[in-house]
Write a protein that binds this ligand. Structure first.
Ligand SMILES: *Cc1c(COP(=O)(O)O)cnc(C)c1O
Length: 352
């Protein structure tokens, strides 16, 4: 055997939540319990298969225009990709070419350090405060870029836009990425600030609030200069990221704002209705601005609850990691799913 192994890039991959291929109560990857917009489903059902012979529109114009229309910005301020993971990965590659460290919290979306390692970008993980909040002043240090998930995951906490404004104002010489994957469940978007700050990139996704995790559509909004840089890197790597059906279905889902508002409101109503039920069971639940809870139990270790729930075919998320090793991240499902969760928890906790 030759020595080609020495030349292979070694990476520690991101670990996604399990996707069991049988019916379970799935509260582990923050999917939306409701189906996508009927308008998007209709587009897919009416798709002209013969048209797949041709390459898709490299600019995904139909989808980009829908996003620009809905958010009242211009098409040259929009970039689309195969889920926000694609958009974020491409953004790391594009904007973080400095020798200085990119800053992001120690507890946040666990893909950030994976991309930094993959692209050999120096980075520094800044500890969240004891209560898991982001301390704005920590981001006033010299850096090669900044990434903030707002609301943050897995903590579910939102940072006020006035605080993000202070971070951007202190960092006009770096690109500041705000990952707003959960923004439609209650946070306030910094999107209005993209006209003020040409170094601000706002990233959102269809996966959570638009019930399209399986569609793989994500997007970024920012100044034309920022978007042009991102497009240049994309076209240097893969021109055809977006498939024809998803450009079309994505546009329909985006334009159905009513439906997104209705379904996210239903998720928020369930979230608020079941918070006291979890608290009655002895959980401390952080104030969530997302479609999930971040919760810890006073008596029973998170890992035990996680394992016991799994035995009952209820999947939640647990990380055996410093600081959060006694917490569970629980996606807000339908009312029926949450009732099933509460009864399972009641049974599990009774034994302790
Ligand atoms: C879910 C999520 C994403 C990625 O979602 P995609 O399905 O790739 O769009 C990005 N950031 C955060 C914080 C998320 O929770």
């Amino acid at each position: 055997m030759g020595n080609w192994q020495d030349k292979v890039r070694r990476v520690v991959p991101y670990v996604p939540g399990e996707q069991p291929q049988r019916p379970v109560i799935k509260l582990n990857t923050n999917e939306n319990p409701y189906p996508p917009s009927p308008a998007a489903v209709a587009v897919l059902q009416a798709a002209d298969g013969a048209a797949f012979r041709k390459y898709p529109d490299t600019d995904a114009t139909e989808l980009v225009n829908a996003i620009a229309d809905v958010y009242g910005i211009s098409a040259d301020q929009v970039f689309v990709g195969v889920g926000s993971d694609d958009v974020l990965g491409m953004s790391f590659l594009t904007y973080f070419a400095s020798d200085k460290p990119v800053l992001f919290p120690d507890i946040t979306y666990s893909f950030y350090d994976v991309w930094a390692e993959l692209f050999r970008i120096p980075y520094r993980q800044i500890p969240l405060a004891e209560d898991f909040s982001i301390r704005t002043e920590d981001y006033f240090a010299d850096n090669g870029g900044i990434v903030i998930a707002n609301p943050n995951a897995p903590t579910s906490l939102a940072l006020p836009t006035s605080e993000i404004r202070r971070i951007i104002e202190a960092n006009r010489d770096s690109v500041v990425i705000v990952d707003e994957a959960y923004i439609d469940f209650g946070g306030e978007s910094v999107l209005p600030m993209i006209s003020e700050f040409d170094n601000l990139l706002v990233v959102q996704t269809f996966s959570k609030s638009r019930s399209g995790a399986g569609m793989r559509v994500g997007f970024a909004m920012g100044s034309k200069a920022l978007i042009d840089a991102l497009k240049a890197v994309k076209f240097a790597y893969n021109s055809y990221t977006m498939s024809t059906p998803m450009i079309q279905a994505g546009a329909a889902a985006m334009r159905d704002v009513e439906y997104m508002k209705k379904t996210t409101a239903a998720v928020v109503a369930t979230r608020e209705a079941f918070r006291p039920r979890l608290e009655e069971l002895g959980f401390t639940v952080l104030p969530s601005a997302t479609n999930f809870y971040f919760a810890t139990h006073a008596k029973v270790p998170a890992e035990v609850i996680f394992t016991e729930l799994k035995k009952r075919d209820i999947f939640v998320r647990f990380w055996k990691k410093p600081r959060i090793g006694n917490y569970l991240r629980i996606t807000v499902g339908t009312d029926a799913e949450m009732e099933a969760l509460v009864s399972a928890l009641t049974e599990i906790l009774k034994a302790y």
